[in-house]
Design a protein around this ligand. Structure first.
Ligand code: AMP
Ligand code: MG
Length: 319
């Protein structure tokens, strides 16, 4: 029987009982639990097979709630919150003592955001606690952008996926931290770096590929299909290299004409970067399910959300 349901009151009951519920957001589906329940938080790490050194994002219902979880808010964090919340901006700020160490992987900072999805906002407003909700996929696999993706991953492991339709943004939140009150970009995401900089001025990027990162999304290999994946500026050349194999192509805006291609998906026929971002994971899921030998992915223009998508593709293609 399917675990997908639109029943918010059932989700509330489960969450109040230390159980996990997968929830819709505008970025990707999250695997949610009560941040104050040790049982629920341990279950998040176990279900995802996520290493404990990767801290979780805390989801809150409104900006006023921020004072309950963080001890200090720089002026530029207030400006960003005003501009982008509810929305796909996560801010890393000094934590209050009430936030359990397991949430922050022992750090004295906590990552917080207000998701912009009507169903999950209603859920958060009803609950007496914030939700930790990392992406609802096994560690290192492609993030889920539909309720069905989550069911395919976790049917036997969780009791419910709260169905809120397809995620509109389709890639993870942009993560901003602060050093000496100045913003630093830890993870490229659904809000373009240029849009953050329009509010607070130049923001340095510190999202180097590391093995013990500040943010899990910074791990070198992440967001990966099971199928071998390569990133390319010259698709035809790569297709010719693998000729005779079952080749999948994920192209940006134009169809690549070559008889050697088994299956092809175009991210945005109009060349729209935000449409490309929102189609990215769903397209990778589809190609990954076709028993291909290789997926060749076209690099996007390196501006705006193209930068965020290229970052995900580089990690997906990493060995
Ligand atoms: P996910 O929810 O799986 O997309 O990943 C959660 C993201 O929030 C990760 O990239 C985390 O590292 C980041 N994050 C959570 N807490 C912190 C923190 N205290 N410092 C830096 N990054 C954090
Ligand atoms: Mg994730």
């Amino acid at each position: 029987m399917s675990i997908i349901s639109k029943d918010i009151s059932k989700a509330i009951t489960l969450l109040n009982n230390n159980e996990l519920v997968a929830i819709p957001t505008e970025t990707v589906y999250g695997l949610a639990g009560n941040i104050y329940s040790e049982t629920a938080i341990k279950a998040i790490f176990n279900t995802k097979q996520r290493p404990l050194f990767n801290p979780l994002i805390v989801h809150i219902p409104n900006a006023e709630y921020l004072e309950n979880v963080v001890s200090y808010i720089p002026e530029k964090a207030r400006l960003l919150a005003e501009q982008f919340w509810p929305g796909p901006l996560t801010m890393v700020l000094p934590k209050k003592d009430v936030i359990p160490d397991i949430i922050t992987a022992g750090k004295n900072t906590v990552a917080v955001r207000i998701p912009n999805h009507p169903v999950t906002l209603e859920l958060l407003k009803t609950l007496d606690f914030p939700l930790a909700a990392p992406s609802a996929n096994p560690f290192n696999r492609i993030s889920p952008t539909t309720a069905q993706h989550v069911e395919d991953y976790f049917k036997d492991k969780i009791k419910m996926v709260l169905d809120g339709g397809t995620c509109k943004k389709g890639i993870e939140s942009t993560i901003v931290g602060f050093e000496n009150d100045e913003p630093i970009l830890y993870r490229l995401g659904s809000i373009a770096l240029e849009d953050i900089e329009a509010i607070v001025g130049k923001v340095p990027v510190k999202n180097k590929k590391e093995n013990k990162p500040n943010a899990p999304g910074m791990l070198h290999k992440h967001y990966a299909p099971k199928t071998k994946t390569v990133l390319s500026n010259n698709i035809i050349k790569h297709v010719e290299k693998y000729i005779g194999k079952r080749i999948g192509v994920l192209s940006f805006r134009s169809k690549i004409e070559n008889d050697g291609i088994t299956s092809q998906i175009i991210l945005s026929q109009t060349g729209d970067l935000s449409e490309a971002a929102s189609n990215l994971y769903n397209s990778l899921h589809k190609l990954d399910n076709q028993k291909l030998d290789i997926i060749i992915v076209e690099t996007l223009p390196d501006i705006g959300l193209g930068k965020s998508v290229n970052d995900r593709l580089q990690r997906a293609a990493s060995q």
